[in-house]
Unconditional design. Structure first.
Lengths: 879, 126
């Protein structure tokens, strides 16, 4: 019984147990002995148990308060050290928290709807492989597929469809672009989003004819447009030229389903005369029926696939394409966090940045650990005295931990505030001339939990070194005095050396990453895609409001080009059905002889290649004599010749495009060859391309995409052209922007990576400088006596410097080797983020190492020179 | 103004009011020095079993009283013949006694106030 009670006493802190444990056990034994009945004995037990459970935590708390009070006193006594430590921690933890917040808001946070975990998306397994037309960022299924799915909802408590599309809001001559959504009637009900004002889109709204006439707007959009105004029945909005009645406003928390792209306007799906079966612009989402798992629902939709794709096969394709279509299978995936192009674009880079900031924090930790260690050594005497007076090592350990805890807590508190600012700056740096992502960055429990975890980890790392040191100390008051011997003991600062090795290794990794991303970004900025970028202005023109008959679209486009070319400063202008390097693509299946494959395709006006400065290497350019009634002709690039003709002379050969809806099978005669260029981005590989005259495009619409080359600044040209066209055609919708600037704004991710990685690399180098400097200075201070004797005995100063610097050499060599190994092992993870260089590029690694060696040399030389200038008399007298 | 004593003993009033357990422990040490179990038994007896200290609460109080200098631990055992020599004995310090008296006076005043207002019947004079 007494043994059991003794066991219970383990709950007390060691000190209390040592002091009173025996007494407590004795008293308990007396009580137990005096208890006569079994009931009384149980009572004694209960009483003892209750007492221990009540008092033991109080004792612990009392000690903790005592330790913290002591730690606070120490902190206040050395404000310089405390401020450095807290600030370092705040920066390190703050940077990590900021990146975490961004990752969290982009990728992990569930949608702000009731039970987001029930939300799922119906997808084609592996995507549609580029089949048909894929107009937007979000798509996946076609409208006819949705109509089929809608009829078989066994697996779902509710199913809805939506598509994202840009909308022009306002008058034709003065419109702005808004993030639009078209939704099926069930959408808001299934999502569980209630109206904030008015009512939201209901199934009845979908019955109305196309174009739709009712719209719902987001809270933010309403505030932006109308401020505090209340929603009234006469609220109207002109969307894509059509007047819409605003029937309701969604609540402030609902931003749509695409994270980072807050929706502005939602209209109901409308039913055009014919649903296009080849346009994949629809997302189908729903809530699983109770008791259904993702696997079961996937199996269910998979079983529907055959029937659905048979019934919805788009007409006008050749048989092999249709076979591919009919082989699609459906599956169900979680849509708990909505969809996000931002997530796909940034997920990898943000994770990488989190690793980089983690490394910076580790390096900072190593510096702090060394600082703490130096302090612990300075307090060696105090500790030795306390050990001699009977303080237990556990007690000392607790005290050291209290100190680190206090520092970490102060740093973490500051970090949370700092992270708030940093993450906002980060979001802002993602913005381009087309606006930035709209992300809700919030300091919530997830952030705080992350910060707490990071802080505890940090604390464990930088707090351990001094503790290890303290545990090794002897209860010998004279030890620190005797320790000042002629030579330093190696063991003495082996922990410190270890820290510096780790620092060097981690900074090499960081510097390497920085060099990779900076070089990669420079490669992008100076990249030659094979066509002119500077001076080019891109324009999108819509002339549907001008009342031109479809027969004259071509003529009108030609007239526009002539008018633009006559504007002062404009050298050349041409139209194209697909603008290069800006992300869009247009592909046709092509047959040349017996070879069949896909080729990029565009219809361009004569002069397009001259405008874009793409050299014609063989044959002729298009001319005005290539008309809709003349024989079909094409110009192909060198990759095309290689792939389809095996390099044979292509002039006079024919290429045949395979049938697609609105694009019947056509035979073109190849009349020219151009040099290879990049296609829709710098990163796209050289690929077969074919061009045909714009006069021969099968479908003519009241729109044009133009490339204008001017001698002046492209931004100025853009404004000039836009003004000139607006003056002549007030009813025409136009949008002009500089080509190169838009391409560069597509490099925002690369710019961000280069900027942040560069910053972290420099920071890491600075931390290593401080760490190494600290280690060498400490070593020099320890060896003052020895150095003094050496100098007194006639050692040359140069040799003293070498002696000290050799000390750093070992640490540096091991650190560099370790760092290089880690860097090379980890680099392939960054491969997809790099441009124009290999992730294991040896030159980059060497340059990072050289930079680090230079930093190390500087950090070592300063204390070494100080040592060499030591006055031996003063150094020896100090003993 | 008189100069302050460098290490002035805190006034007994600064400890008041005393926690219930503390007062009972001080009272039980008032007539003689005791070891822990003896204090427990004494308190239980005087309160007719209404207040039963557990070993844990007893030693938590003892630790605090020691640190406040209200009690002290005896170097020698008062009655080595009867007692287990391993036990620790405690005694009231001068300060402890003054604090206990001050607390008793405070309670006395409270009691007389209650009587003066008729809340309690007047005490019988014996």
């Amino acid at each position: 019984m007494i043994r059991a009670f003794r066991f219970l006493l383990a709950l007390y802190p060691g000190e209390f147990r040592d002091e009173y444990g025996r007494e407590l056990a004795l008293v308990f034994a007396d009580r137990y002995r005096d208890a006569t009945t079994a009931g009384e004995r149980v009572g004694v037990w209960m009483e003892a148990l209750g007492g221990v459970l009540e008092e033991a935590p109080k004792e612990h708390a009392r000690l903790l308060v005592q330790d913290l009070r002591y730690a606070t006193r120490l902190m206040v006594r050395s404000p310089g050290f405390s401020a450095t430590a807290i600030l370092t921690l705040a920066l390190g933890i703050g940077a990590n928290t900021a990146i975490f917040q961004l990752i969290d808001s982009v990728g992990w946070r569930p949608l702000p709807i009731p039970h987001p975990e029930q939300l799922v998306e119906v997808q084609i397994v592996g995507g549609n492989g580029g089949f048909g037309i894929n107009p937007g960022t979000y798509g996946g299924l076609t409208r006819p597929t949705w109509e089929e799915l809608r009829r078989s909802q066994d697996a779902f408590a509710g199913l809805f469809a939506w598509s994202s599309r840009e909308m022009r809001v306002g008058e034709i001559s003065d419109f702005h672009r808004a993030n639009g959504m078209a939704v099926s009637g069930e959408a808001f009900a299934v999502l569980g989003v209630p109206p904030w004002r008015g009512r939201l889109i209901e199934p009845a709204d979908e019955e109305a004819a196309c174009p739709s006439s009712r719209a719902v707007v987001s809270y933010n959009y309403w505030r932006r447009m109308y401020g505090d105004r209340e929603l009234t029945p006469d609220a109207r909005l002109r969307i894509n030229g059509q007047v819409h009645e605003i029937i309701g406003i969604t609540p402030p928390s609902f931003f749509g389903l695409a994270v980072g792209e807050n929706y502005d306007v939602a209209v109901p799906f409308c039913r055009p005369q014919q649903l296009r079966a080849e346009v994949f612009d629809t997302m189908v989402m729903g809530r699983l029926r109770a008791g259904w798992t993702l696997e079961r629902a996937s199996a269910y939709v998979d079983s529907l696939s055959g029937g659905i794709f048979d019934a919805t096969a788009p007409p006008g394709y050749d048989t092999s394409a249709i076979a591919r279509y009919k082989a699609f299978r459906l599956t169900v995936a979680s849509a708990r966090s909505g969809v996000s192009a931002l997530r796909e674009q940034y997920d990898r880079s943000l994770r990488l940045l989190l690793v980089l900031t983690g490394l910076v924090l580790l390096i900072a930790c190593a510096n702090l650990a060394n600082l703490m260690l130096a302090r612990a050594m300075a307090r060696e005497r105090e500790i030795a005295v306390r050990l001699a007076l009977g303080a237990t090592r556990v007690r000392l350990l607790r005290q050291f931990m209290a100190e680190t805890l206090l520092l970490a807590a102060a740093g973490a508190t500051l970090a949370v505030g700092l992270a708030e600012v940093l993450s906002r700056l980060l979001v802002r740096s993602l913005a381009t001339d087309q606006g930035g992502p709209s992300l809700a960055i919030a300091t919530d429990w997830r952030t705080l939990l992350f910060t707490a975890a990071v802080s505890i980890g940090t604390c464990a790392i930088f707090g351990t070194a001094p503790v290890v040191r303290a545990l090794r100390m002897r209860a010998d008051v004279s030890a620190p005095i005797r320790g000042r011997g002629l030579t330093m003991s190696r063991r003495r600062f082996s922990v410190q050396r270890l820290m510096v090795v780790a620092q060097v290794a981690m900074s090499l990794v960081l510097l390497f990453a920085a060099a990779l991303f900076v070089r990669s970004f420079r490669n992008l900025v100076t990249f030659d895609p094979g066509m002119r970028q500077q001076g080019i202005t891109v324009g999108f023109i819509g002339f549907d409001a001008l009342g031109i008959s479809p027969d004259h679209f071509g003529d009108f486009r030609r007239r526009l080009l002539g008018e633009m070319a006559s504007i002062p400063g404009v050298v050349n202008a041409a139209t194209t059905t697909n603008t290069p390097l800006l992300g869009s693509s247009w592909t046709h299946a092509v047959r040349v002889g017996d070879r069949e494959n896909s080729s990029r395709f565009a219809w361009v006006s004569p002069g397009y290649f001259a405008t874009m400065n793409i050299p014609l290497v063989q044959g002729r350019d298009f001319t005005l004599r290539d008309t809709s009634s003349s024989p079909r002709v094409a110009i192909v690039n060198q990759s095309f010749v290689r792939q389809f003709l095996g390099g044979a002379n292509p002039i006079g050969r024919t290429l045949r495009t395979l049938a697609e809806p609105q694009y019947p099978e056509t035979v073109y005669e190849i009349v020219g060859v151009i040099a290879d260029t990049r296609y829709n981005s710098y990163r796209s590989a050289m690929q077969p391309m074919a061009f045909a005259p714009d006069s021969q495009v099968p479908t003519q619409g009241p729109w044009a995409a133009v490339m204008v080359y001017g001698t002046g600044d492209a931004a100025v040209t853009a404004a000039t052209v836009r003004r000139a066209l607006a003056a002549r055609y007030p009813q025409m919708a136009t949008e002009f922007f500089p080509f190169q600037a838009r391409i560069r704004s597509g490099l925002v991710r690369e710019r961000l990576l280069a900027m942040l990685a560069g910053f972290f690399g420099v920071l890491a180098a600075a931390l290593v400088l401080i760490g190494l400097y600290g280690m060498i200075s400490f070593g020099v201070a320890e060896r003052r006596h020895e150095i003094g004797i050496r100098i007194a005995l006639g050692a040359e100063r140069r040799r003293v410097i070498t002696l000290i610097m050799r000390q750093a050499l070992g640490v540096l060599a091991i650190g560099l080797a370790l760092g290089a190994a880690i860097a090379l092992a980890a680099a392939p993870a960054a491969a997809t983020l790099l441009f124009g260089l290999e992730p294991t590029d040896p030159a980059t690694l060497v340059s990072a190492a050289v930079a680090l060696v230079a930093v190390a040399a500087l950090a070592t030389y300063i204390p070494a020179r100080r040592a060499a200038r030591l006055n031996p008399l003063i150094a020896l007298r100090q003993e | 103004m008189s100069p302050r004593a460098p290490l002035a003993e805190p006034g007994p009033e600064s400890f008041l009011p005393l926690p219930r357990d503390t007062f009972h422990i001080l009272v039980s040490l008032a007539d003689r020095d005791r070891h822990g179990y003896s204090v427990m038994l004494d308190v239980a007896e005087r309160t007719n079993g209404a207040l039963r200290l557990s070993p844990s609460t007893l030693y938590a109080s003892i630790k605090r009283l020691l640190s406040q200098d209200l009690i002290e631990e005896l170097a020698e055992r008062p009655d080595p013949r009867h007692d287990d020599e391993r036990r620790r004995y405690y005694r009231l310090t001068r300060l402890g006694r003054r604090v206990a008296v001050a607390e008793a006076r405070r309670l006395e005043r409270l009691l007389s106030d209650a009587r003066a207002t008729g809340l309690l019947p007047k005490a019988k004079v014996t």
